[in-house]
Structure formats: C-alpha cells, structure tokens
Design a protein. Structure first.
Lengths: 270, 313, 314
C-alpha cells in the first residue's frame, strides 16, 4: 500500500488493493493464535523426536528379546520381564499422552478462538474490518483445523510404528480399545472433532471458561460413548473398515459443527 | 446519496426497546453528531449501521442503499467502537499489520506516520497505552482504511481537551481531503457545535430531533418576555420548551424562518445547539411534536435536505 | 446504612466495625456462583452414575464370588466389562483435581485483573488482602468439602476391585489419591496452584496450562519419589505380612494380593535378608502425611498469592 498522493474523489474510494487476500488471514491467524500454534508445534516436535528416539530403542530391545533362545531360559525371561515393565511403561506413557492430546485440544484450542473475541469485545473491531466475520471465521477454522489434523495424522502413523512391539507382548489386537483410537486415521479425525467441538461451544456459550468446560465434557462423553457403546453397532467389524467408518462419521460431525459455528457467527448480534 | 438511512428501525432486547421507530437520513459528506444521554440508543443505532446488530423492526441501509454488514459496506465503512477495543496483548505495530491484512484498502505509511507524530510507541502492547493513546490508535486504524463513512462511538470520552482538539482536527482534515462522511456520538455537544453539519438527538430509545444544523439553528430561537403574556403567546407559536420565572418567561420556539416578527415587549435570541438538544430531550412527546425524519432521498440535493415538521395545530 | 444523627466531635475518630467475614462469604458466592454451581453439578451427576453403577458392580461381584459352575460370563461381566468402566472412571479421578484446579484457580483472581474490575474490588472497605484471603479460604474449603464427599463415594464404588485378581491395594498410587482425604487435598493444592499462577501470569489460558503442568510435576514427584520416604515404613529381617509376593515396583500390581504390603527395598547383609516395606494398615498415616504436606504447600502458595496481590501496583 502506498500513501495516496492525489486527493481522493468522494464516492470513488481509494485504489482497491485487489481481491480479498486469503494469505492475509495466515498472518492474522498466526498472530492471534500464536501461543496455541507454538505450543502445538512444540508438542508435535517433542512427540516426533521422542517417538523416533525411544522407538528405535524399543524396537532394538524387542529384536534382542525375540532373538533370545530358548525362550524359557532365565536370561530370556529376564529380558522379557524388563521389556514388559520398563519398556512397557514408557510405551504406555506415550500411548496415554497421545490419547490425552485431543482432550486437551478440545479444551484449549477451539473455545478461545471465538469465545475470547466475543467475551472481550474485540469482535467489535475485527468483525467490522473489510474481510467480514464469516470469511474471518472460515479462514481461521480452516487453517487451525488443517494444521491440527495433519499433525495428528503424522503422530498417529508414527505411533503405529513405535507401538508395534507391544501389540504382541501385551496381547493387543488392532481392535483393542486401548489402541484403536491411537492408530490408523481415526486419531486425526478425533483431533479435528475435538477442535471443531471447542470452536462451536466457544461461539455458542460466548465465554471462555464455561466453553472450555463444556467442550471438555462434551468431547469426553462422545469419546467414551463411542469407545464403549457406539462401536459395537457399526455395520463392519474389521480394523480398516471400522477405522474408515468411524473416520467418516467424525468428519461429517466436524463439518456440521463448523457449519453450525459459522451460522452462529453470521447471526451473532450484540 | 445518504450515507445512512433508516426507516422505522427499532431494536428490542428482551422486553425493552433500546431504540424504536427511528427514521432518519444522513447526507453524504456531513459530520453527523449523534447525541443523547446514556442508554438513549446511540450505540444501538451505530451497531446497526455497521452490521453488528440486526434490527428487530424497520430497515437500515448505508452508503446509498447497501445492506449493513455486507462486503461492500464493510469495505467502505470504518468503525471505532466504544472504549476503543484493541487487542491488549498485541503491539501497536501488530494492530497495524492486522488491519492491513484484513482490509483491501489500508494506508499503512499514513498510519505509522500519524502514530509516530503523536508519540505513540509502535512496539508497545496496546493494553499498556493510556486511554487517550488507545483512542488515538483506534482512530488511526479506522481513518487509515480511507473509508467513505467513519462511525465513531463516543471517541472523545477518554481524551483530554487537547487530545480532543487534535482528534477532531484529524477527523475534519480527513473529511476535507477525502470527502469522508462521519457519524460521531458524544456527550460533549458544545465541542461538536462548531463542526457538526447534521444532528441526531436520541432520548430513551426515541428519536427526538434530527436535521441539518444550519436549518435547525435558523428555525429555532428563544423569545424572552413578560411571564404574564407567556401563556397567551404560547398558544400562537410552536413552543418546544418554556421556562418561567416570576417576571420573565423564556420560550424556545420553532418557526418557519428567522424573519418571523417578534411580538412587542419580547426579545428574540438565537439558540445554541446544546440548548436546543437539551430542550428536545426534556420535552415529552405530547408537549412538542417530534420531528420525524421522513427520509426523502434526493441524490444531488444533499445540502438542503431538511426534515419536514408537523405542527401540532 | 445509618444516618448520623449526632455530629461527630472533632478529635474523636469514629472507628468503623470491620467488614464481617459473612459479608465476604456472600460476595464470594455471588461472584463465583457459576463456578461453584458448575463443579457441584458435575460432581453430582457423576455421583449419581457412581451410585447406580456401583450397586450393579457389587451385585456382579457377589455373583462372581458365589459362582460354582459355568462361571465364564460372570467372570467376564465383572473382570472385563465392569473393570473397564472402573478403570476409565479411575482415569477421570486422576485428572479431576488437576482440571478442577485449572478451571477454578486462575479464574479466581486472574479474571479480575484481566477485566480491570480489581480497581473496584480492591478499593472497597475490606481491602485487597482480606478480600483475597477470604476468597481463597472460602473457595478452598468449599472445594475440599465437595471433593472430599465425592471421593468417599468413589472409594465405595471402587472397593470391589481391591482384592481380586486385578491386584490393586489401597496403597497403589492411582488408588491412594482417589480416596481418604488425599483427593480433597490434591484438589485444594491444584486450586492453590491455579490461583497463584492466575495472579502471577494474569492471562487466563497460559495460567491454566501452567497449573496443569505444575500439578503434573508435583503429582509425579509424590508418586515416584516422596511417598516411599514417608516415615511409616517398617524394616525387618523377618517374614513380611502373609500373601506377599515380591514385586519390583508398585506399578506392576499383577503380582500383588489385596492386603499385600508395598515392598520398597530388599537387601542382604551377611546371611540376613532385610525387607523394607509399608503395610496396608499404614494407609491412614500415609493419608495424613500426604494431606499434611499438600495443605502446607497449598497454604504457602496462598500466602505467595496474597503477597503478589499486595505487591501489585494497580
């Protein structure tokens, strides 16, 4: 943008810069959600680095364990005990941390995006800018949602490799409740849903803390209901079909939540 | 063209009406002063004009018939809300950057130059600035968008007298340079008196008075005369407000022109905008006929756009 | 407010009675109504669930114990279905103090600062120190009572699972902190951490994150380091309580039985085998020690919070 050098004729407006720049929203999202983005990146990097480093060690330990013959010998039994305690605790810790992440996102990522604007009154500034409230909301939710989903997808694929030895030693199947949500594509879908649910409750409730609490409870209830009940009613029963089915309805749910959020924004009036 | 036009617009919250039956038309190029006590509906009216509030009844359009809150309206209208909401944790430079990214038109160099002139550090977080500085930043952000219509909700309340002068000077200069129209609400009518072209007076959610300042001042005057004759005389003219003492009475009257003859024993004085506003605010709807704004948009005939009066008799 | 009917004599200061704590209780309630109601409602809802499921679980347990033939379904019902539910609720109980503290602590003072309303609250007659102290104590006590009662109910719910093949005891870390007075104490600590960070950081979400991280730190410290050193352990060269099987750590409960003590260390000097262990009977002393240092820490954080309030230039 340059300083206007010629007096502007009333009614014609100064030179329009061009079509609405969506890249502008990248900077805006970055600056407004900087804390969240930095935390997510930090957690992602830690998760990847941790799983790679420890995963290599765990795979090595497992290789040593499986190479130990005969299996009933004292030395091999000792190896087995160590693997199922020390290594297992680490592996389990990673599993729990991974599964906790979407829960925390439901709480911290989604609600503040809109609830803060409304609660602090800054929406009176940002929603009267040229871009308009709907475009601003859609751009933000898309950018943040995509980032979180991609990060989650990468982490869950890496986890699949990381956790592989324990599937055998802990006698788990891909369908076990303990691991189904952390592997495949379902993890990314749950992450996206957590975020969308948070954004929706934030816009609905309009106050940050109640929105965080509701989002947390809502996500928790949905996750528990799915794990213990809904999954039994799927029309499919093997790993990949179930993953895709669950991923499918979660994506539809996320889409509905985003649509509902945008609708609430559009109709928001003070 | 009228930059803001309303027809019977009203907004209800729960059971009570914040604004009701408001019809007005602000011509392009004017500085419209929106005055009234707290809770009169000024913010409600402004929020409707910028698309933050949806009317419960009636219509409001901007910039010659555009829908409020539409992309075209958002492009050309800049709004400074009450208490100058800025992002407290963002620096001033960040706020500039934000505005540049969210608008198709933003004069960054001008904004930066103005803020530097005002001595506002760009690196400082907005929340750490004084109230007056925050108001200046908010105004700069709005003006730098080069809007055709600038709407300011009580921008002067946190400014000291010097800062107010500076603020108004910037607004006036931009109006002259850019042909910008301004709607500005304030309690401090005395300061706006010299600069306002158009006046809107709201009281308890109702439109009390609206019109071009020139016309309003030309058609109202205070008649001072003997108290004994006041009642007799009051029946013959449109009295907005009557103040009686033991010996003297002051009648604020509305006439069709300033050349009506003054009855013997009476003196006529011009009325200030502030007196006029206060009188209409105090008057109940029975005592004086309201001046409803029957909007008659006449493109090209802006200057002499005048609200029709309805005499009670 | 009474109207002064007598003129005050110059030179005689009229001492005004101090604002009674009762009034501060009303102010606290009024300001944090939503928070208290929310927490109560949540705990009440879960309590109802615990009550209903708890009764069912007890009957399943009885069925399993008394089963003579074709016991597989009964075993599964209790050992698998019921246990999965209890395990999940156990995770909720582990997270609850952290989350309760994160949601209540930072909001207590941090919001006033952020919104600027402290300029009103702190210039009232009661003064900012007493206002802060009153809030911390009143809400801390309220949380302690609510969570204390709730954890009794959870302990009742979970009892059938102590003492079966799953092998948890009262001293298992994840069980220990959900019963007795520990659950209430951890919640109060979490609240104190939250209030402290709320006042220190003064931005709501960073304060909540800091609270969760700090709580996790203290919890891990207690779990992995401190609890072993509570002065209740017994060192003996003789036999340990019956039913004990040596396990490498309390974290692998499959080797334990319900009354099995917590073996801390075994070593050999010469021809004697020494064992250092904590018997289950020492549960309540352990609880008191843990609640003790948690509350001391909470009070210290409360004092630090008040100090921050005093110090803050408005």
């Amino acid at each position: 943008m340059s300083t206007l050098t010629a007096p502007v004729q009333p009614g014609t407006g100064a030179a329009i810069r061009g079509p609405r720049p969506w890249p502008g929203m990248l900077w805006v999202t970055w600056r407004q959600q900087r804390g969240l983005l930095i935390s997510v990146v930090a957690i992602f990097v830690t998760g990847v680095a941790g799983m790679v480093v420890e995963g290599l060690r765990i795979h090595h330990d497992y290789a040593v364990l499986t190479a130990c013959h005969p299996a009933a010998a004292a030395a091999c039994q000792q190896l087995s005990r160590e693997f199922t305690t020390t290594d297992w605790h680490e592996g389990n810790g990673v599993r729990v941390a991974l599964l906790a992440a979407p829960v925390l996102l439901a709480m911290f990522a989604g609600p503040p995006v809109l609830a803060r604007e409304i609660e602090t009154g800054t929406f009176r500034y940002i929603w009267t800018q040229g871009i308009g409230r709907v475009r601003w909301t859609v751009a933000k939710l898309t950018i943040l949602g995509s980032l979180l989903t991609i990060a989650a997808l990468v982490l869950s694929q890496l986890f699949g490799w990381f956790f592989a030895p324990f599937m055998t030693t802990q006698q788990l199947t891909p369908l076990s409740i303990a691991v189904f949500d952390a592997r495949g594509v379902v993890y990314a879908a749950w992450t996206l849903t957590a975020f969308c649910l948070g954004a929706f409750t934030g816009t609905l409730v309009r106050r940050v803390i109640p929105a965080m609490a509701l989002s947390l409870i809502g996500y928790g209830a949905l996750a528990l209901a799915t794990m213990f009940s809904l999954r039994h009613h799927y029309p499919v029963s093997t790993f990949w079909p179930m993953q895709l089915f669950e991923c499918g309805w979660l994506l539809i749910l996320s889409g509905l939540l985003i649509a509902a959020t945008v609708r609430l924004v559009r109709r928001h009036a003070c | 063209m009228n930059v803001i036009e309303t027809a019977g617009v009203g907004k209800r919250y729960g059971k009570s009406w914040a604004l009701r039956d408001c019809t007005l038309a602000v011509p392009e190029g004017s500085l419209a002063a929106l005055v009234g006590p707290n809770g009169a509906g000024k913010t409600t009216l402004m929020n409707m004009a910028v698309g933050l509030t949806i009317p419960t009844e009636g219509t409001v359009t901007v910039l010659g018939g555009q829908a409020t809150g539409s992309p075209a309206a958002l492009d050309d209208i800049a709004f400074m809300a009450q208490d100058a909401p800025l992002y407290k944790n963002l620096s001033v430079a960040d706020m500039l950057h934000l505005a540049r990214n969210l608008n198709r038109r933003f004069d960054g160099p001008f904004a930066q130059a103005r803020l530097t002139d005002l001595g506002i550090p760009l690196k400082k977080k907005s929340g750490k600035l004084s109230g007056g500085q925050q108001a200046q930043v908010a105004l700069t952000l709005a003006v730098a968008r080069r809007p055709r219509l600038l709407i300011l909700d009580e921008p002067l309340s946190s400014l000291d007298p010097l800062a107010r002068q500076d603020f108004m000077a910037t607004v006036m200069t931009t109006m002259a340079d850019e042909g910008m129209s301004v709607l500005l609400s304030s309690h401090a009518l005395a300061e706006l008196e010299r600069v306002a072209d158009y006046l809107i007076v709201l009281g308890t959610g109702q439109l009390r008075l609206t019109g071009e300042v020139e016309d309003l001042l030309a058609t109202h005057r205070v008649l001072t005369g003997p108290a004994a004759e006041a009642d007799r005389y009051a029946g013959q003219v449109a009295v907005v407000q009557a103040k009686r003492g033991d010996a003297q009475a002051h009648l604020l009257v509305r006439s069709s022109g300033s050349d009506d003859p003054v009855p013997p024993g009476w003196e006529a004085h011009p009325v200030s905008l502030e007196e006029l506003t206060l009188a209409y605010l105090r008057a109940t709807s029975q005592a004086v006929p309201r001046q409803p704004g029957t909007a008659e948009p006449q493109p090209g005939n802006n200057k002499k756009h005048y609200q029709a009066t309805e005499a009670a008799r | 407010m009474t109207v002064l009917t007598l003129p005050v004599e110059p030179g005689r200061a009229t001492a005004q009675p101090a604002v009674p704590w009762r009034r501060m209780a009303w102010v606290t309630w009024r300001q944090h109504r939503a928070m208290l109601t929310g927490v109560t409602a949540l705990l009440a809802a879960v309590s109802v669930f615990l009550l209903i499921e708890g009764l069912k679980i007890r009957s399943d347990y009885t069925a399993m114990i008394n089963c003579r033939t074709a016991c597989q379904p009964a075993d599964n019902e209790f050992g698998s279905t019921d246990w999965t539910l209890a395990n999940t609720l156990g995770i909720f109980m582990l997270l609850a103090p952290a989350l309760l503290g994160a949601f209540t602590g930072p909001a207590l003072l941090g919001r006033e600062i952020e919104a600027g309303t402290f300029r009103y609250a702190w210039t009232q007659g009661i003064g900012r120190v007493r206002w802060t102290v009153a809030k911390l104590i009143l809400l801390g006590v309220a949380l302690a009572i609510l969570t204390g009662a709730f954890s009794q109910l959870f302990a009742w719910f979970f009892d059938p699972f102590l003492g079966n093949s799953v092998g948890f005891t009262d001293l298992t870390a994840t069980v220990f902190t959900t019963r007795g007075i520990a659950f209430a104490a951890w919640t109060v600590l979490s609240f104190a951490i939250g209030a402290f960070f709320g006042m220190l950081i003064r931005r709501l979400i960073p304060a909540m994150v800091a609270t969760l991280i700090a709580y996790l730190g203290v919890y891990l410290l207690a779990w992995l380091v401190l609890r072993e050193d509570y002065p209740v352990a017994i060192t003996t060269s003789g036999p340990v309580a019956s039913g004990a099987v040596v396990a490498t750590s309390v974290n692998s409960p499959t080797a334990l039985t319900p009354n099995a003590p917590w073996i801390l260390k075994t070593w050999v000097t010469g021809s004697t085998h020494w064992t250092r262990y904590i018997p289950v009977s020492r549960f309540w002393p352990m609880q008191f020690i843990e609640a003790g240092w948690l509350l001391v820490l909470a009070v210290a954080l409360g004092a630090a919070t008040v100090w921050l309030v005093r110090r803050r230039a408005a």
